[in-house]
Design a protein around this ligand. Structure first.
Ligand code: AP5
Length: 219
């Protein structure tokens, strides 16, 4: 299975990509998670990316393309992968296409999650994450344990530093300008699968599975 998850911040890309990747036994590659881990370790990549992330802007294409090109070469991607948060610009999409073509690999689908603006804001202002392993919680719909320690690794639960109202509005506007056009790009390639991301988490998961089954049937 080779998929891309597309959608605005808070649409549930990470949540759904995690569920599907666990079910299918393929790696979920989240560029946001890779960058946050690099920031946490203060690696050269992290130092370069931090200012962009804090401002709600995109990290430059050349950095992201290099990073993904390298990650897709790793052995665990041989049987498939789910990309969460990449590509986010037209040049990233075109470079990804070239990388995959070079390796004789084809995408199965690009899953686009659409959710109303107000719902996105609400989800992100109530999102909590584990500062150690990145496990996602939500103070309203999926609260962490009372001691605010992660159920998976015991790490401390916190808000993401880019989930404040001002940075969120910036991230959503960057999405509209730079990432939204990818929907038309992948629709043009006949690879787009549209899902209503406003349903509950299990409903969205089932809708994705049904759409992928239909697609397989058509191929
Ligand atoms: P990234 O980490 O990718 O952030 P994002 O795209 O803004 O997406 P989010 O992680 O905020 O949302 P999500 O859609 O994954 O939602 P989630 O499942 O967590 O990127 C961060 C930054 O890194 C970028 O701003 C940029 O600077 C940089 N970056 C990353 N990739 C880049 C690239 N390719 N190029 C350049 N720069 C890049 O869900 C959100 C909340 O809602 C959670 O609390 C969850 O529990 C809840 N929830 C999820 N689904 C549902 C549902 N169906 N119903 C109710 N609640 C739900």
């Amino acid at each position: 299975m080779r998929l891309i998850f597309l959608g605005p911040p808070g649409s549930g890309k990470g949540t759904q990509a995690t569920l599907l990747a666990e079910q299918e036994g393929v790696p979920k590659i989240s560029t946001g998670d890779i960058l946050r881990e690099a920031v946490r370790r203060r690696s050269p990549l992290g130092l370069q990316a931090k200012a962009y992330m804090d401002a709600g802007e995109l990290v430059p294409d050349r950095v992201m393309i290099g990073l993904i090109g390298q990650r897709l070469r790793e052995g665990d991607c041989a049987a498939g992968f789910i990309l969460d948060g990449f590509p986010r610009t037209l040049p990233q999409a075109q470079e990804l296409e070239a990388i995959l073509e070079d390796r004789g690999i084809e995408l199965d689908a690009v899953v686009n999650l659409d959710v109303d603006h107000e719902v996105l804001l609400d989800r992100l202002l109530t999102r909590l994450v584990c500062g150690e392993c990145g496990q996602v919680y939500n103070s309203q719909t999926d609260p962490p344990p009372e001691d605010q320690r992660c159920m998976k690794c015991g790490g401390r639960i916190e808000s993401r530093t880019d989930d404040d109202q001002e940075t969120l509005e910036k991230r959503l506007s960057v999405f509209e300008k730079q990432t939204r056009p990818l929907k038309a790009y992948y629709a043009g390639h006949g690879q787009l699968v549209e899902i209503d991301g406003g349903q509950s988490i299990p409903e969205v998961h089932q809708a994705i599975l049904a759409a992928l089954r239909r697609l397989k049937h058509l191929q």
